[in-house]
Write a protein that binds this ligand. Structure first.
Ligand SMILES: NC(=O)c1ccc[n+]([C@@H]2O[C@H](COP(=O)([O-])OP(=O)(O)OC[C@H]3O[C@@H](n4cnc5c(N)ncnc54)[C@H](O)[C@@H]3O)[C@@H](O)[C@H]2O)c1
Length: 251
């Protein structure tokens, strides 16, 4: 994994799950890590692990659905770190339910967090990256946005939006030395997954049967792919969508 040591990393959604695993992996490779999240307790645990790795951590409480807040938070990170080399944009949220039974408030919340949340954070880091003519951005979507998932209709729509946004943005900003890629985790053992597992244990058992590897992912597995795509080891990769799913969908 080339070119991570000494870098300044911003992880949105770093207070839990795959975001926390990503923040810790960056720190263990020698990077300083800033976390944007609404979960202060979770972010504190992440920063403890960053400190154990001997790196500097910074938590800026931020609701990524609010663009003004995101811009202020990114300015705080720049004031502390001086630069942002990498954005890993992980914030996401969903509750398993069927489209025909949902209220519009639920649709708007899912799109606000999963699509607008990514657009806001990406836009806020672009000016300083363009100024330096370098940067790597990794968005996080889901296979739901590639193949569709029963009970995740609006989430899939938002994640499909993240994938299309990533590809189009990569075309637009490559000339500024910025790479943009997307990781689609498969079913991964995080609090988000556990909330689905509690309500729909039978669906998850059925999914595990369909996964060629016959297990769900550990959070560090998609995290490793996010860190790889952000690193100089992926210097000729941009505009790509990579699923980390144990073979569940072969795309
Ligand atoms: N776990 C899975 O099975 C799975 C599968 C496919 C895709 N994903 C995607 O991976 C990413 C990480 O998921 P995870 O499983 O680690 O989830 P998680 O729930 O463990 O972590 C998500 C983090 O986002 C934060 N967050 C939620 N809303 C926010 C907001 N408005 N502003 C700021 N922070 C907010 C939460 O506080 C939490 O710390 C998400 O984008 C998710 O959609 C997860």
């Amino acid at each position: 994994m080339e070119g991570i040591g000494g870098r300044k990393i911003l992880v949105s959604g770093g207070g839990s799950g795959i975001g926390r695993a990503t923040a810790i992996r960056f720190a263990r490779l020698g990077a300083d890590v800033a976390v944007l999240d609404i979960n202060a307790k979770g972010a504190a645990e992440t920063l403890d692990a960053v400190a154990v790795a001997g790196r500097r951590g910074l938590f800026v409480p931020t609701d990524v659905t609010d663009f003004a807040q995101v811009k202020d938070s990114v300015a705080k990170v720049l004031a502390e770190f001086g630069q942002i080399d990498v954005l890993a944009s992980l914030v996401g949220w969903n509750e398993h339910s069927f489209f025909m039974q949902q209220e519009p408030e639920f649709w708007h919340k899912v799109v606000a967090i999963n699509l607008w949340g990514q657009i806001h954070v990406v836009r806020a880091v672009l000016d300083p990256m363009i100024e330096r003519r370098r940067g790597a951005i990794v968005t996080v979507a889901s296979d739901a946005g590639r193949v569709g998932t029963n009970g995740e209709t609006i989430y899939a729509a938002a994640k499909g939006g993240v994938i299309a946004f990533t590809k189009s943005l990569a075309r637009e900003v490559t000339r500024f030395g910025i790479r943009v890629n997307c990781v689609c985790p498969g079913v991964t053992d995080t609090p988000m997954f556990q909330s689905v597992a509690e309500h729909q244990p039978e669906i998850l058992q059925a999914v595990v049967k369909l996964i060629p590897m016959k297990r769900i992912a550990r959070p560090d597995e998609p995290a490793e792919t996010i860190v790889f795509l952000a690193s100089d080891s992926a210097s000729y990769i941009t505009g790509q969508t990579l699923s980390v799913n144990g073979g569940l969908n072969m795309l």
